[in-house]
Design a protein. Structure first.
Length: 201
């Protein structure tokens, strides 16, 4: 079953990468003109077994800083173009390359930040038993508009019930959610609030 999942990821990852290449080139040029370089945002994220990999996304924020040289809050750095890219999940397109390289699957728990690893409970850390995904069960059940506790519950439910038919259902529901632009922002924020640990989120 794992081999079949990887075969599907690789086949459709390559096809979609080729199909969306003109769109990705256009978006990269728009980002360069709007925000400067680089057009691609890279960040280390934990993959399967918490092994780090470099996640790729289109850049959505400026590098604006305050008088002391500190980066402004995310909400203030998110540009109009960046907000558009996030609204329709276009910022995720470079992750097709992560899928082809075998670092991501199309479906799985979303890869979070490296600093969160030490904040997980043993049960929450189970989310790294499988390969992370571009989309997942948590994303189609609220995306960024649900709490961290709910997000982890959905991730663990997916791990315990995974199957090809469930993956296909999640992909379909993801397309519906993207079209409806549902759950993009966290509560009162353009981005999801930081996970500070159990009982602190």
């Amino acid at each position: 079953m794992v081999f079949l999942k990887r075969a599907i990821d690789l086949t459709f990852g390559l096809l979609l990468l080729i199909l969306f290449l003109p769109v990705m080139i256009t978006l990269a040029l728009l980002i360069r003109l709007n925000m400067g370089k680089p057009a691609i945002f890279t960040q280390k994220r934990p993959g399967k077994a918490a092994k780090p990999f470099t996640l790729l996304k289109f850049r959505t924020m400026s590098d604006d800083r305050d008088a002391e040289g500190n980066l402004l809050p995310d909400d203030e750095r998110l540009t109009g173009l960046g907000r558009f890219l996030r609204k329709y999940s276009l910022d995720e397109l470079p992750q097709l390359l992560n899928v082809v390289r075998g670092e991501l699957s199309f479906v799985g728990p979303r890869p979070l930040l490296m600093q969160y690893l030490k904040r997980y409970s043993p049960e929450q850390a189970r989310r790294h038993e499988v390969k992370p995904g571009i989309t997942g069960w948590a994303q189609v059940n609220g995306r960024n508009a649900i709490s961290w506790e709910e997000k982890f519950q959905y991730d663990l439910w997916y791990i315990d019930h995974w199957g090809i038919l469930l993956d296909l259902k999640i992909i379909y529901l993801t397309l519906v959610a993207v079209i409806k632009t549902e759950g993009i922002s966290g509560y009162g924020s353009e981005t999801m609030t930081e996970f500070m640990g159990n009982g602190e989120d």
